[in-house]
Design a protein around this ligand. Structure first.
Ligand SMILES: O=C(O)CCC(=O)N[C@@H](CCC(=O)O)C(=O)O
Ligand SMILES: [Zn+2]
Length: 344
């Protein structure tokens, strides 16, 4: 195995992944502490500690290759695990989603990988992202289904946002089809430094929705900050996230402080505005931040000859992106949500 010795010595799975953009020969080996390391593919590495475990944890990053801070967080965790600096207490599957997009420093190569999950990759044309989405679904399926007995499943898909945000860190809580939102998961997010959460109201083709819907995993897309090139991230601003993820994977149990609704800003999606025409624009500048609120009646977007106006006082924008492919989401709008009986 050309890369096995290098991986064992350095733990630098990210470089090995970046040097093998589309495929990587599977290998496995055992660390001195008894943890089994299995490389399933480029960017896909699984750790199974010796002894009893109770949780199956998926940590993904680089689903968009230009979102480097989450990549750096996972890279460090993987290196610390392989070099013995961090001993695991739980099963963990790390995924660098789109290696080629990391190397070109772009959100994606041909198609947004994070719109190709939950079966959306089955559409007509084939491209590397479609092939990759199908493979990643298979690795996550195998990982969760390998776990025997009653086990806890979670998948945290780590991103950063294109624009700045009034709430620097926030999470997207995939639609749960009426199942209750979990306060314990909000406590995990708060421990990561994330106090702002959007509750989605419809099915999606995102990685986090896939794990939530298909395997009942507690899952989020977690926006940890703003897109920056490698080396330009202020890693100090991710310290709480790193520490919380480290505790999650290296401890048998993790205690979070008591839930207090006052510590959170919760939103629910008011609507999704898709780009259907080539002529699509926003009236606001590229510098407009996520969570910017609009007065009722203010223009939000123009799609061809259709104009969208804020329907609710304070309707706020999330993920505005006029450059998405036709038919894809160009804007989410959200309105505040209070903790209610659907939170347990
Ligand atoms: O900043 C943006 O416009 C997008 C940032 C990002 O990649 N967000 C995810 C959210 C996925 C979700 O809705 O769960 C995405 O757009 O894929
Ligand atoms: Zn992203």
């Amino acid at each position: 195995m050309t890369y096995l010795a290098e991986l064992k010595q350095s733990g630098d799975f990210l470089t090995i992944t970046r040097n093998n953009e589309f495929t990587l020969e599977p290998v496995n080996f055992t660390l001195d502490n008894g943890t089994l390391v299995e490389v399933h593919d480029t960017g896909v590495i699984q750790f199974t500690p010796a002894g009893e475990t109770t949780k199956d944890i998926v940590l993904s990053s680089a689903v968009h290759g230009n979102e480097t801070a989450p990549i750096e967080i996972c890279d460090e965790l993987i290196q610390h695990i392989i070099t013995g600096r961090l001993a695991l207490a739980q099963r963990v599957l790390f995924i660098f989603g789109n290696p080629k997009s990391i190397n070109i420093g772009q959100r994606f190569v041909d198609e947004n990988l994070n719109r190709l999950f939950n079966g959306a990759h089955n559409q007509e044309t084939d491209n590397p992202e479609k092939v990759r989405a199908q493979k990643l679904e298979g690795y996550v399926k195998a990982f969760f289904e390998q776990g025997s007995g009653e086990r806890y499943r979670c998948h945290y898909d780590l991103h950063t946002a294109i624009r700045g945000s009034k709430n620097e860190k926030f999470a997207v809580y995939p639609f749960l089809h009426g199942k209750p939102w979990k306060k314990s998961q909000l406590q995990f997010l708060l421990s990561c430094g994330v106090n702002t959460v959007l509750m989605m109201r419809s099915a999606a083709t995102t990685f986090s929705y896939f794990s939530s819907y298909q395997f009942g995993a507690d899952a989020f897309t977690i926006e940890l900050g703003q897109v920056k090139p490698f080396g330009e991230n202020n890693m100090a601003s991710f310290a709480k996230t790193k520490e919380t993820l480290k505790a999650l994977i290296s401890q048998e149990k993790v205690e979070y402080k008591e839930f207090n609704a006052d510590e959170f800003e919760l939103f629910t999606v008011h609507r999704t505005i898709n780009r259907t025409q080539a002529e699509f624009s926003f009236p606001f500048a590229d510098s407009a931040e996520n969570f910017t609120g609009f007065a009722k009646g203010e223009l939000l977007a123009t799609d061809g000859d259709k104009q969208y106006f804020a329907e609710v006082e304070g309707e706020a924008i999330i993920f505005p992106n006029a450059n998405v492919a036709l038919g894809q989401r160009a804007l989410l709008t959200v309105v505040p949500l209070e903790v209610n009986e659907n939170f347990i």
